[in-house]
Write a protein that binds this ligand. Structure first.
Ligand code: SF4
Length: 95
């Protein structure tokens, strides 16, 4: 599902993962396999990622499902909405 705002813009997520504290539960990967690849030991295999709008909801759920707190949503980037006068193409919004 794409997260779309009333002004027509879509939102992607900036995600930071911490492989050093990952305990290998795999909950993130079950919610969002495209966003959260695991290595051969079942631990998260990314450090920083911009999740596209179509995967934002599942990536958010995967981050919330991590029992180790190894995934942080660090920002939201609104994109598109060309009808919004003067709006920049990418607008990071701190969470
Ligand atoms: S849910 Fe958390 S602990 Fe489990 S694999 Fe993903 S990052 Fe690691």
């Amino acid at each position: 599902m794409t997260v779309r705002r009333p002004d027509g813009r879509t939102e992607s997520l900036l995600v930071r993962a911490h492989p050093g504290i990952c305990e290998g539960w795999g909950n993130c990967h079950r919610w969002a396999p495209h966003s959260y690849p695991l290595d051969a030991e079942g631990k998260i295999d990314i450090h920083m990622l911009q999740v596209p709008p179509e995967w934002a909801e599942s990536a958010w759920m995967g981050a919330q499902a991590c029992p180790a707190g190894a995934i942080s949503i660090v920002g939201i980037v609104a994109t598109g909405g060309a009808d919004v006068e003067g709006a920049p193409a990418d607008e990071p919004v701190p969470t």
